[in-house]
Design a protein around this ligand. Structure first.
Ligand code: SLL
Length: 293
């Protein structure tokens, strides 16, 4: 790794959203036929990936990714070099679930040490309840286990800071025409921090600005930004919409917890009152016994 040039940009923290996980499908003559040469005991095809949210390029900060698969798999350590705009991914077949170590190697300008994430390959429906598993069974047999994550760069070196912040731009692949559209909230852009849309303000190119507005009004994100899609689209479940659903779930859970705490307190008070009664009774009985002697 080349030694970093320049100083660190003090007091600055920049984050980039990304998504990682596995997608698995059972072999099936009609929907997922087993390719020739795949061993008899293999039951599923699967993919593990690391990619940008909304499929935007992340190779400007992530150089390569090493996936360490189960040792039973031939050539189980796979190094995937970044290709602009493409996910880092490995396709495999197999019969069992296991934990995959995902080692992220950053671009040399960052001078960051590699970091490791762990992800459990899921082949079978999972969930906390039978109902959750059943929903998964009904979802076309595909078992999805994806996670949203944010990479944080703390006080990046100047050249890396430049790379991170010098080019929020429309995505290379425009949104599909059928994409859900939610009107942009007035002032939505303004609420984004400099790092999330930096560069946009510097642009003198009106066409580009227009395109940027349009992409955001369709709920999409810009390349080289920290933006999160506003709404979900097929294959893109991580958005502000999902975040709102999660927040609502948390709020509902909080209400339940508060109720449980309240009930518990009542129970404790009842028991304390009963304890006082019993103590009084036994004191009275002891006094009566003493008096009777
Ligand atoms: C299990 N602890 O017993 C896990 C191990 C290993 C999965 C799962 C082999 C693929 C191949 C494969 O699927 N290994 O032979 O290429 O469930």
């Amino acid at each position: 790794m080349a030694p970093p040039t320049g100083k660190r940009v003090k007091g600055v923290q920049i984050f980039r959203p990304f998504v990682y996980g596995t997608t698995a499908k059972p072999f099936d003559e009609k929907t997922n036929p087993k390719p020739p040469g795949v061993p008899d005991d293999h039951t599923h095809s699967w993919t593990i990936f690391v990619k940008g949210i909304d499929d935007v390029d992340i190779t400007y900060w992530l150089r390569r990714v090493q996936f360490k698969l189960h040792e039973s798999i031939p050539n189980h350590v796979r190094m995937i070099e970044g290709e602009k705009g493409k996910p880092f991914e490995v396709h495999e077949t197999g019969w069992g679930e296991f934990e995959i170590a995902i080692k992220l190697y950053y671009v040399p300008e960052s001078a960051e040490k590699p970091q490791t994430l762990y992800h459990h390959l899921r082949l079978h429906p999972y969930g906390r309840t039978e109902a959750e598993k059943e929903t998964m069974r009904l979802a076309g047999g595909e078992i999805i286990s994806w996670a949203y994550e944010e990479q944080i760069f703390n006080e990046p070196y100047e050249p890396f800071y430049e790379i991170l912040t010098s080019g929020a731009m429309p995505p290379a692949h425009p949104l599909p025409p059928s994409s859900a559209s939610t009107p942009t909230q007035p002032g939505h852009h303004k609420s984004l921090s400099k790092s999330s849309i930096s560069g946009g303000g510097k642009s003198k190119d009106k066409d580009k600005d227009k395109e940027v507005q349009m992409i955001r009004s369709e709920g999409g994100v810009l390349e080289r930004s920290a933006m999160i899609p506003l709404v979900n689209r097929p294959g893109q479940p991580f958005s502000r919409e999902t975040e709102q659903v999660e927040i609502k779930k948390l709020q509902e859970a909080m209400v339940k917890v508060d109720e449980m705490v309240r009930k518990n307190k009542e129970e404790v008070q009842r028991k304390e009152a009963r304890l006082r009664e019993l103590k009084a009774e036994s004191a009275a009985a002891a006094a009566a016994a003493t008096a009777g002697k």
